[in-house]
Design a protein around this ligand. Sequence first.
Ligand code: VGL
Ligand code: ZN
Length: 198
Amino acid sequence: MRHALIVIDMQNDFCPGGALAVTGGDEIVAGINARMDNAEAVILTQDWHPADHASFASQHADRAPMEVIEAPYGPQVLWPDHCVQGSQGAAFHAGLETTRADLILRKGFRCEIDSYSAFFENDQTTPTGLEGYLRTRGLTSLEFVGLATDFCVAWSALDAARLGFKVRVQTELCRGIDLDGSLGRALSDMRAAGISVV
Ligand code: VGL
Ligand code: ZN
């Protein structure tokens, strides 16, 4: 079984001082770099939004960050503006060893739809192409680390399990947002899906 490490959204905006800071987001960088030694392939994802992305509260009249709206594809949390294409906030944390990545996969670049998962946009049908990349390289065992546990990490890991990959989430190398209990729900959903949550 060939093994890939998939590092989700280790970007400045998700670290302390960033626009959508996840508590302790920067604490996991060194541990993630060390995990790269165990993997046959290292893949980084990068949240990469246009400045007028529909997931930004700023694009909706009378809406505040963290409110939930009904998008055409289902419920959508409205976020503060974050990870705008080409901005410093969208750049990887300076300590992350990005030179070791085989692939950098950008997601969330379409204005009208968000993409938490590294595999599918939030309509859960539009593919990002990652599945094909992994399959053609024979990478069938996947370990997920990064930010945020309860959004992009969980959605990616759940899609990977549904697609038939062997999936493990290394929780000490993840940090969560925890919006209204979302962290606990994400952990139990992942366990229920047969994901090894360690
Ligand atoms: C993420 C919210 C919005 C994440 C990305 O990386 O978990 N969360 N965009
Ligand atoms: Zn985003």
